[in-house]
Structures are given as C-alpha cells and as structure tokens.
Ligand binder design. Structure first.
Ligand code: MG
Length: 348
C-alpha cells in the first residue's frame, strides 16, 4: 500500500531569505507498507517558491501501482525505481526514499554502506544564518554560532552595500568558513560589483535573478579580470541535469538536493553529471524533517560542501535521524535503511 499525506512543519523562529519569510512549511509524507505491515517513509519538500504542492504529490502517488512496486523482491531496487514514471521531483523523491529505505532495511545495512560510502569522508555541514537587515541581531546570531566550522549566510536584504556589511559583520565574529546565498536577489550588475569585494568566502550561491545560461555567462564574463573570487554555485538555476550541462561553463559548482533531483537515485545522477563536467558539489536541502535530511546525509561523502541543516530550525521534528554535531560533523544513526524513525512524541 502507498499513501500520501501533508507533513506540517512549524519553525522555531521565522526563516527569512530573499524569497520571503516562512513560519511553517507543508511537505508531503509518503508511506509505503509491505505485506508484512512494515512501513517505509519518504518525504517531498515543497518550498512555496517552487511550483508543486501536496496535491501534486498525492496525485502522483495515487496513479502509482503500489502492488507492482512491491511485487519485485525487496533487493531489486533498480527494477522498482525503473517503474516510477516522470513526475514532480518532490513526489518522485518521496517514493524514491521509501524504496531506498525498504531496500537497505531488507539487506540489513545502513544505506551509505550499500552505496559504498564512508560517512567519515563527509565535509562538515554549514548551519544557516537567515536573512536580516538588522546587523546587531546578525552579530548576535553569528556570535552564538562562532564555534561552528562552516556557516552559510542568506543575503539579498536590499542594497548590496548592506549585504557587504552583513558578510563583514559575520566575519568579525567568527573564523568559520563562510558561504553566502543570495537566492536570486541581485542583478548581474549588482553581483559583478559586489562579489569581488567579498573576500575569503567558501562560495556564493545563486547570486542573480535570472536563471538563464546567458545571464550566468554575462556574470562570469564581468567577473573575469576582476581578480580571484569565491566559487559560484548554482541552486535555483538547476532543476534538471541538462541545466548543469548548460551552466557548467559559467559556474564552479552545483547545489544538488534530493527534492529537486527526485530522490537519492536522481541526486546520484546529478552528482555524476556535475563531476563529469569538473564542477564542485554542494549537497543541500530544503526546510525538511529529519526524514529527508537523513536520507540526503547518506550522500554527504560525495560532496565538497554540505548544507544539511534543514531540520534544525523546526519547532518539532516529526522524525529523528542524522544530526549536525557542534563541530559540524554529520552523524548518522547506525540503523539499517535510511535510519530515520518517527519521533516518539509525534502522532502518526
Ligand atoms: Mg540555495
């Protein structure tokens, strides 16, 4: 049996980016139940600035033939994945996670082992400082996270001078490696004026408003000759593997998320494409419960940078799973499968 329901996620404090401010999110939770009544869960993140909602995931799941998915032996993951039709990436992601969980639990190993990955190879995860125009508040937040090895700062509050001050404020408070994410806030001219003045950044993510290869090319062209600058990483501009190919000449890296790539299998393909083109890989996430974040964490050893703090800001996490330790290291549960389990306090 296969079912889909909304997964309500309340945030501890409002989370602001250049896309807007969120106090809550509704993702989709998919549950696959086998003949032995064992449940396998998957989650599809549904940020409001992307086109899909719970109804889309519900429709995708309803159209699937659950009996056919369960009909192959549980070890035959590839055969089950091959039966999944194209559809909204978050919908496919949710089903893909449930199938990976079933596969790995059947084989009795954590997913990363079956993928041949060693979690100790994973780069430390950043934690995110949300967008603010209040530099003193930002200073406080940066100070509170000063021991962390990697931070990511959301930019795009208004004038680029304000963004530059925000970066310097964080750098005054901490020695953490710092990446920034403008979430499509700047024009090409603004990005080209600002980026060379932001020293010592780990990366600059999705700087410009336009997602087209020509806009990225224009930015790369303007930055050329301005001296060295932080690696440019495309996030919103990459929604399918062909986007990685098209943007490769103008970017340094790709932000790969399971919600965009349609799950673990899709993310592995995206990473392979990015690597073949010589790009760096940032493994990211949306605002998600520990179900989706834990699933993504299994792929962390394949990334150059990880930004897997999507469940950290939740007021109540409906799942327990991977954690980011104080030193930024990602730790995965030892359990077979994805390793995420429904939190004891949640009603399901
Ligand atoms: Mg981003």
């Amino acid at each position: 049996m296969l079912s889909c329901r909304p997964l309500q996620l309340l945030l501890q404090t409002p989370f602001r980016t250049a896309h807007g401010t969120d106090r809550a999110r509704t993702n989709a939770l998919v549950e696959l139940t086998d003949a032995d009544e064992r449940s396998f869960f998957g989650e599809g993140a549904l940020p409001p600035y992307y086109p899909h909602d719970v109804a889309d995931v519900h429709d995708y799941v309803k159209a699937l033939d659950a009996a056919a998915l369960l009909d192959r032996p549980p070890f035959a993951l590839e055969a089950a994945l091959a039966r999944l039709p194209e559809g909204p990436p978050p919908a496919r992601c949710a089903v893909d996670l449930a199938l990976h969980d079933r596969w790995a639990r059947h084989l009795g190993r954590p997913l990363y082992e079956l993928l041949g990955l060693d979690p100790s190879d994973a780069p430390p995860s950043s934690v995110t400082l949300s967008l603010t125009g209040d530099l003193e508040a930002l200073r406080e937040k940066a100070r509170a996270e000063r021991e962390r090895p990697v931070l990511k700062l959301k930019l795009g509050a208004g004038a680029i001078e304000q963004d530059e001050r925000a970066v310097r404020t964080v750098q005054e408070e901490t020695d953490a490696a710092l990446g920034v994410d403008a979430n499509e806030a700047w024009t090409v001219e603004e990005a080209a004026a600002l980026i060379p003045h932001l020293p010592d950044l780990l990366f600059v993510e999705e700087p410009i408003r336009e997602r087209s290869p020509s806009a990225w090319q224009s930015l790369a062209g303007r930055l050329q000759g301005e001296g060295p600058h932080a690696p440019l990483i495309a996030d919103e501009s990459i929604q399918r593997p062909a986007d990685i190919t098209r943007l490769a000449p103008s970017v340094d890296g790709a932000n790969v998320k399971i919600a965009k790539a349609g799950g673990i299998a899709g993310a592995r393909r995206w990473i392979a494409v990015a690597r073949a083109l010589g790009l760096k890989v940032l493994l990211g996430c949306m605002i998600e419960s520990s179900l989706a974040v834990t699933a993504a964490t299994h792929l962390a050893p394949k990334a150059d940078f990880t930004d897997l703090d999507g469940a950290r800001s939740l007021a109540e996490d409906p799942f327990a799973g991977a954690r980011i330790d104080a030193d930024g290291q990602l730790s995965l549960p030892e359990r077979p499968g994805l390793g995420a389990a429904p939190a004891r306090s949640s009603q399901r």
